[in-house]
Ligand binder design. Structure first.
Ligand SMILES: Nc1ncnc2c1ncn2[C@@H]1O[C@H](COP(=O)(O)OP(=O)(O)OP(=O)(O)O)[C@@H](O)[C@H]1O
Ligand SMILES: Nc1nc2c(c(=O)[nH]1)N=C(CO)CN2
Length: 203
């Protein structure tokens, strides 16, 4: 691994001639804490599932993705699927999608930000599995297995939900659920695809 000086020197070398001259006076104290952090922060790969079944679902999912971009460098987004409600049946159909990207957030920070986005987009307290403008679930965080009072990763119900596994398999068929060691496409084989329709709705 490069030390700060070496990394910073490389950075300087890769820019213009004026900066190359600067290198001669380059000492450790020239690097701010922020620059050090920029060299050291770890990127984590996260998979998120989004759902919406209240209001203008397309606009709400678009807004949620835009907000998430502030904290996750989103690399891929699945199609939008229209899905029959699962769990609590007497509610409108959902739009569901899955995305993945890189973040420097810890799992708890990510959960906090996701919950804040849900609220910002109008989510009110409701029954479990009930209707909501936007729901954001953390499916996977690197290959971590984590269980605490407020957060379980991998998401404890992802393996049984076609509305998650279908879009997940579309964008990452080989991603592995570290709890079962099965890939997304393997998990998909164990669930019914009834009630899942791929749409042409664009974000
Ligand atoms: N992986 C996870 N992603 C998001 N929330 C989680 C996760 N694990 C645990 N939770 C907790 O679940 C709580 C309830 O979340 P939420 O209200 O979105 O549930 P739900 O959408 O009704 O049901 P489900 O969790 O089955 O999708 C959250 O406040 C959060 O603390
Ligand atoms: N089709 C569908 N059903 C659900 C969904 C969802 O996103 N899509 N979310 C739930 C609670 O998170 C409960 N039921």
């Amino acid at each position: 691994m490069l030390n700060y000086n070496a990394a910073a020197a490389l950075f300087v070398f890769s820019t213009d001639r004026k900066n190359i001259l600067k290198k001669e006076n380059f000492y450790d104290q020239d690097i701010s804490a922020t620059q050090k952090e920029a060299f050291m922060v770890t990127q984590h790969t996260v998979y998120l599932a989004l759902g919406s079944n209240l209001g203008d679902r397309q606009t709400l999912l678009r807004a949620a993705i835009q907000e998430l971009q502030q904290i996750v460098d989103i690399q891929r987004i699945s199609s939008i699927y229209e899905t029959e409600p699962v769990g609590y049946l007497n509610q409108p159909r959902f739009f569901n999608l899955v995305c993945y990207g890189k973040t420097t957030c810890t799992p708890q920070e990510l959960l906090k930000r996701a919950k804040a986005i849900e609220q910002q987009l109008g989510r009110q307290p409701s029954v479990r599995n009930g209707p909501r403008p936007v729901d954001i679930d953390i499916l996977l965080y690197d290959t971590r297995i984590l269980t605490d009072n407020t957060l379980i990763i991998p998401h404890p119900r992802m393996h049984e939900r076609a509305f998650v596994l279908v879009p997940l398999t579309e964008i990452a068929p080989d991603v592995v659920d570290p709890r079962s060691s099965s890939t997304a496409q393997e998990l998909l084989q164990s669930v019914s695809l009834d009630g899942i329709t791929r749409t042409n709705v664009q974000l």
